[in-house]
Design a protein around this ligand. Structure first.
Ligand code: ZN
Length: 252
């Protein structure tokens, strides 16, 4: 990764930004480190975590000055991007544990992550009209033998007008800065699938909460170099422009 360009924090008069990263690492719970050792390859695969998502999230936090909440457990143990009632909340490696042990992990990691996100949202909503929640993810370039024709996906709920408007603007601005990127709306996943932003939408009105997931193709992360540096810099510039207060935005 090349040197990061620091930037001033977003203005308090613009919309607030909250960054999260649910699949930041394949980290096992400390008490299961030995079991994790036996599954290193699986944990390091695209099923274990979103490679590069944390790098992107940390860059965006530095670029915008926004708070960032980072998940502390891999999704093969507990999937932090699932609501607590989801059948696939407990990942395949934790399914062999007793129900009591599973509940302990859910309380220790899932409940804590979601509680922190809610607390940050609450604090931001108190000082700003709208909070923009951007959850950073990445996806494998080939799934079940099929090449995915997307470089950056912007996932949102099309029924929420403010979110749809933000997503469309985000795509437009990002394409301007990096025309070579295949930027798609609601691809490679739907923005309304069960997950953190989908759940938060049920807790906040659409005027106060915009929940968007950013999905980046891992081929950029694997290759690294200029293309990856250009991608995250373009995403950072796009975000900073869209979240700047209107008077600042109009002078750019
Ligand atoms: Zn993810």
């Amino acid at each position: 990764m090349t040197a990061l360009k620091p930037a001033p924090c977003l203005s308090r008069s613009g919309p607030a930004l909250l960054l999260t990263c649910e699949h930041a690492s394949p980290a096992p719970p400390p008490q299961l480190a030995r079991l994790a050792h036996e599954h290193q390859r699986f944990l390091q695969s695209h099923r274990g975590y979103d490679a590069g998502a944390l790098v992107l999230a940390e860059y965006l936090a530095q670029r915008t000055g926004a708070p960032l909440v980072v998940g502390k457990i891999g999704r093969l143990w507990i999937d932090l991007n699932r609501p607590s009632e989801a059948p696939d909340l407990v990942g395949v490696l934790a399914r062999r544990l007793s129900p009591k042990q599973q509940q302990l992990l859910i309380a220790q990691f899932h409940a804590r992550h979601w509680h922190t996100v809610r607390a940050k949202l609450q604090a931001l909503v108190a000082n700003h009209k709208t909070v923009m929640h951007l959850a950073c993810h990445s996806f494998t370039p080939i799934l079940r033998g099929k090449i995915r024709q997307v470089d950056v996906g912007v996932l949102f709920d099309p029924r929420r007008a403010d979110e749809a408007q933000f997503a469309a603007k985000f795509c437009r601005e990002l394409r301007k800065r990096a025309p070579e990127l295949r930027v798609r709306l609601n691809a490679p996943y739907r923005g309304t699938a069960p997950g953190l932003t989908t759940s938060m939408r049920k807790e906040w009105p659409s005027q106060r909460y915009l929940g968007v997931e950013l999905e980046v193709n891992q081929r950029f992360i694997r290759r690294g170099g200029r293309a990856w540096a250009k991608l995250y810099a373009a995403v950072g510039d796009t975000l900073a422009t869209l979240l700047a207060p209107p008077s600042t935005a109009s002078t750019r």
